[in-house]
Write a protein that binds this ligand. Structure first.
Ligand code: HPA
Length: 267
């Protein structure tokens, strides 16, 4: 059973990221998912391209709940995700990596919780540290070790998409403290925490956002930057995967719903 998964965003579709990938189908209460399982340096790892292998699923149609429920069912306890992002922050330039540490949620119509009332009950999960601090640390260390340009923190604004933003929206996001904008990070990060899975995301700045870039935005531009940085992104991910101790119990993520241990052994 894979304890570690990589969720690939735009430009990261190829299951041959893994040695000997085999396709598995996992059925969940939210639908079936297709995921690739294979080895990486002796570790069993799952790979899920969130847009499908041919980028056929747009951000607002991704079945985030099925993806996270499926990975949970496979036994995954650690997820590293990738994200292509536009930058609102002049310090965060195209071609640079950012390890996300906060988000602002501007999505509108996505089922974004496993706790919808009913049998699952009502649960309010703490999001003071939305991304797993431990996995974030591994990603930052991996980038530094490989000498890739990296920002240790960044606030990700998630929009509904699939259109790009207006310059007025980008200005508003800047005023609110956003650094980066993308369309897929939420509710993925939320569902991972609700599923008690450690989750961190490494963003690659593909462009300056609308109104900052002195030209019109295109998906082709985003894909071209992802392609140019594909090798670095892979190296970064695999270095971090290599360092994950899959036996670790994370006090923040692995007990997000169950609550902190206040004494004695966890049940
Ligand atoms: N906006 C939204 N999503 C994106 C962008 C952007 O500028 N670049 C890459 N993904």
């Amino acid at each position: 059973m894979p304890a570690i998964a990589v969720i690939g965003g735009t430009g990261v579709y190829d299951p041959h990221l893994l040695e000997d990938p085999r396709e598995e189908r996992v059925s969940t209460a939210y639908g079936e998912i297709k995921v690739f399982c294979g080895q990486w340096r002796g570790k069993e790892v799952a790979f899920l391209p969130r847009h499908g292998t041919a980028h056929s699923v747009p951000p607002h149609r991704i079945n985030y709940r099925a993806n996270l429920a499926g990975l949970k069912k496979l036994g995954v306890r650690f997820i590293l995700a990738t994200a292509a992002v536009g930058s609102l922050n002049p310090q965060m330039k195209p071609g640079e990596f950012v390890v996300l540490d906060q988000f602002l949620d501007f999505t509108r119509q996505r089922p974004s919780t496993f706790f919808d009332g009913g049998p699952e009950g009502v649960v309010h999960v703490d999001f003071t540290q939305p991304y797993c601090p431990d996995l974030r640390d591994l990603l930052v260390r991996a980038a530094r070790t490989l000498r890739f340009p990296v920002h240790e923190r960044g606030t990700y604004v998630c929009t509904e998409g699939p259109r790009f933003e207006t310059p007025a929206e980008i200005k508003m996001f800047q005023h609110l403290g956003g650094d980066l904008v993308g369309m897929t990070g939420v509710p993925e990060v939320v569902l991972a925490r609700e599923a008690e899975i450690c989750y961190a995301s490494v963003a690659l700045v593909t462009n300056f956002a609308a109104g900052i870039a002195p030209y019109r935005l295109s998906h082709e531009e985003v894909v071209a930057m992802m392609k140019a940085k594909e090798k670095e992104l892979r190296q970064l991910l695999w270095q971090a995967v290599y360092w994950i101790d899959a036996t670790r119990v994370c006090p923040i993520c692995h007990r997000a719903v169950a609550g902190p241990v206040t004494g004695g052994e966890p049940k």
